[in-house]
Design a protein around this ligand. Structure first.
Ligand SMILES: CCCCCCCCCCCCCCCC(=O)SCCNC(=O)CCNC(=O)[C@H](O)C(C)(C)COP(=O)(O)OP(=O)(O)OC[C@H]1O[C@@H](n2cnc3c(N)ncnc32)[C@H](O)[C@@H]1OP(=O)(O)O
Ligand SMILES: Cc1cc2nc3c(=O)[nH]c(=O)nc-3n(C[C@H](O)[C@H](O)[C@H](O)COP(=O)(O)OP(=O)(O)OC[C@H]3O[C@@H](n4cnc5c(N)ncnc54)[C@H](O)[C@@H]3O)c2cc1C
Length: 663
């Protein structure tokens, strides 16, 4: 039997309707159709071929990416693709480039922080790509600490302009994507100075390059910051360094939704909270959560298919060896990641709806849910990206030696994905933001009832004193037992931190001293959100034979895996006994055997094309070994029998040995 037969047999074992599961994964039939259509469009177009990428040099790779982005823009226009379709098209092209910044940051920043007049002027230009923009916030010395940025924007009364300047080396903008070579404009974050007074950091629209010949404008120095982790990966992106030498822009190019500067040089704070200036980051963090489920599902799909094909040991009387997916250890590493991919998918859908709700409220000048939205996006961005980056690396290990080959698709995916733990808010810094929100919520509870994702804190009294009543492993197959366990763990960790902070004379000092515990408490809170969202999703109608039942199994796997992994928290907070924790682990192992027959069908439900996976190990048809051999043969080193350099550097050594032997 070959890999092709193994996967065919595996697919026959499925206990649910795969086509219906594809719809459940996508969110709706329409969403599935759009994503499926765009995936096939990209996969079937030779322009989007990507197997040669790892062997290209930086310049060729960059140019190749520009070519693909230009062709994609042509397709978007020629085929009249909708915004949603265009988003999926870019996603499936699967090469980071300047358009990520244009559509995920530059346009949202204009939309969220521009005044109505500014939006009227700039949005049509950006949406038709007559200008290409980036988001220039981070500097050489400051990324997380936005208030510490050093670039200045000084108001000049006489000319009615701002003077944008980089006063120090460390104030150089450093990292913005698409900035080095492509962007014509940037939203530059700088300290506003009027008449010698500082008014905090604000965004300014600054033109960097000529729209005629693309040359850099006077006063601007811009370039690439150099190669990044991995060879291909994120190196298709021109992350840049940018310096200003007293560059002048008109006053009306400061983003003026949150605050304005008048012609007279008066600073006016409008009636919206100043935190709205951070709004672009909130919206991109939500996109990043959604991206996490895509990246993790991709790695899991590769590792699961390959685990069903790979066989090691256990042959009796010349019979076939054991599929590595049948080893309990393989299952205990792989299936929680499979479950996490679904969990992240559903939590990202929920986060998107939360975001839509917040946006509508903001339009109506209701800012009450902004702190919660910030805490949720920051926390879930941190949780999902950390778990996904670790999960991709685990999938590489699950594929043994072949996982280390570029042709497995996993090294490239990891190198491309891992900066998500850092960009758009370093993960620990983000968890500390969640902690601030939680501690504040607890401190305000005497006069303000917690709502939304923090509402369980309002049920603190019973949660602080209850004990778990699970008595058998089956008792863990109960959503309310699971939610109660996660709520109790989170509440007790948060209250413990809050009480210890309260003992400090200086609360900030207390917060800093307890920051490690606070990050753990925040993680507990975020895990509760993911688990509860999964459970809530299962309460909705999910059509298709066996689909809901399979998702229920995955939901329990996700929750009990976390419970097992963090059992120290559950035991230390006194809610569980060690016997109950051990029953949870027993149940988890039983659940793995329920996932096993459905594993291949579950990863098929992601509907990933071979083009998107770009993995010999994860091929849909399972024809792994012949294709692995073929991919190896294509390596440039195999172009000739005697490689360049052999005659020059190896032969002389060999000949010298011969000479010595004669002596
Ligand atoms: C490429 C492959 C993928 C392809 C598809 C995926 C997507 C594709 C993306 C494109 C590719 C990525 C490209 C990366 C692009 C960058 O990385 S852009 C740069 C991003 N930079 C960051 O995220 C910096 C992180 N730092 C920060 O966000 C903030 O400065 C910090 C850490 C929150 C600190 O803020 P602060 O004002 O100094 O201090 P703090 O006192 O903590 O906060 C003040 C108040 O504001 C609140 N607040 C803070 N932030 C916010 C906020 N955002 N909203 C609301 N309130 C807030 C706080 O809660 C606090 O409230 P109160 O307690 O006073 O009520
Ligand atoms: C691939 C990539 C693309 C990027 N694209 C852009 C872009 O388009 N535009 C842009 O403006 N920026 C961009 N960035 C920059 C990115 O947003 C920042 O790197 C990120 O916000 C982290 O900031 P930092 O580099 O200053 O990290 P630092 O804050 O210096 O982090 C270093 C360490 O310090 C710790 N630390 C920092 N502050 C605290 C604290 N208060 N408490 C405890 N620990 C702390 C962190 O946890 C971390 O371990 C990009 C970065 C990458 C890697």
């Amino acid at each position: 039997m070959e890999g092709v037969d193994y996967l065919r047999d595996e697919r026959k074992k499925s206990e649910f309707d795969v086509e219906a599961m594809k719809v459940a994964w996508a969110g709706s039939r329409e969403a599935f159709q759009v994503s499926d259509r765009m995936a096939k469009l990209v996969a079937n177009d030779p322009v989007f071929e990507k197997f040669s990428k790892p062997t290209l040099g930086r310049k060729e790779m960059f140019k190749n990416t520009l070519r693909k982005a230009a062709y994609a823009w042509k397709l978007i226009n020629d085929l009249h693709l909708t915004e949603e379709e265009a988003k999926w098209l870019r996603h499936y092209i699967d090469e980071p480039n300047y358009t990520d910044l244009q559509w995920e940051m530059f346009v949202p920043a204009l939309e969220g922080q521009g005044s109505e007049e500014q939006k009227r002027k700039w949005l049509p230009l950006a949406q038709t790509m007559q200008i290409i923009g980036t988001y220039a916030q981070t500097e050489l010395a400051h990324g997380s600490n936005v208030q510490g940025l050093e670039t200045t924007a000084t108001f000049d009364h006489e000319t009615d302009q701002f003077v944008i300047h980089s006063p120090t080396l460390t104030s150089s903008k450093w990292w913005p994507g698409g900035m080095a070579k492509v962007a014509t404009h940037a939203i530059v974050y700088a300290r506003l100075i009027i008449d010698g007074h500082f008014y905090g950091v604000h965004g300014f629209i600054v033109q960097l390059r000529s729209l005629e010949d693309h040359s850099t404008l006077p006063g601007i120095t811009v370039g690439d910051i150099g190669m990044k982790f991995g060879h291909g990966a994120y190196n298709t992106m021109d992350n840049g360094v940018l310096r200003f030498d007293r560059v002048r822009i008109p006053r009306n190019q400061m983003l003026m939704r949150v605050s304005q500067v008048t012609k007279e040089g008066k600073y006016v704070q409008s009636d919206v909270p100043r935190q709205l200036a951070y709004g672009t980051m909130v919206s991109v963090r939500q996109t990043i959560v959604s991206d996490a489920s895509k990246a993790l599902s991709r790695a899991v799909c590769i590792a699961t298919r390959y685990s069903a094909i790979r066989r090691q040991f256990g042959s009796h009387d010349g019979g076939p060896e054991t599929q590595v997916i049948d080893y309990k250890t393989q299952q205990s590493r792989l299936f929680p990641l499979l479950a996490s991919a679904f969990a992240f998918r559903f939590v990202s859908e929920w986060l998107k709806s939360l975001q839509t709700d917040v946006k509508q409220r903001l339009e109506a000048k209701d800012f009450s849910t902004l702190p919660e939205a910030h805490a949720c996006t920051a926390g879930l961005k941190s949780l999902t990206t950390a778990a996904t980056a670790d999960g991709i690396e685990e999938c590489r290990k699950l594929c043994g030696g072949h996982g280390y080959l570029i042709s497995s698709g996993l090294p490239e995916l990891y190198a491309y994905y891992v900066p998500a733990c850092t960009y758009e808010g370093e993960n620990v810094v983000m968890m500390l933001q969640v902690a601030r929100f939680l501690v504040k919520t607890v401190s305000e509870m005497s006069y303000k009832q917690p709502v939304g994702t923090a509402d369980y804190l309002g049920r603190m009294a019973p949660l602080m004193h209850n004990n778990c009543d699970v008595q058998t492993a089956e008792d863990w197959l109960n959503p309310s037992a699971i939610v109660k366990a996660f709520e109790t763990r989170a509440v007790r960790m948060i209250v413990d931190c809050s009480q210890r902070i309260a003992k400090f004379e200086n609360q900030e000092e207390g917060f800093a001293e307890l920051s490690t515990d606070l990050v753990e408490a925040s993680l507990a809170h975020c895990q509760l959100i993911v688990v509860s969202t999964f459970i809530q999703r299962l309460k909705q109608e999910i059509p298709g034979k066996g689909v809901k039942q399979s998702l229920e199994v995955l939901c329990y796997v996700y929750a009990l895996y976390l419970l097992h992994k963090h059992q120290g928290d559950f035991l230390a907070t006194g809610y569980l006994t060690s016997k109950q924790a051990s029953l949870a682990n027993d149940q988890l192992k039983t659940l793995y055997s329920k996932v096993r027959p459905n594993a291949i069908a579950l990863v098929d439900s992601f509907n990933h094309t071979d083009h998107y996976l770009s993995s010999v190990l994860g091929r849909y048809d399972g024809n792994v070994y012949p294709k692995l051999y073929e991919a190896a043969r294509k390596d440039p080193l195999n172009d000739s029998d005697i490689a360049d350099g052999i005659n020059q550097y190896v032969q002389p050594i060999l000949k010298q040995k011969l000479h010595l032997a004669k002596l």
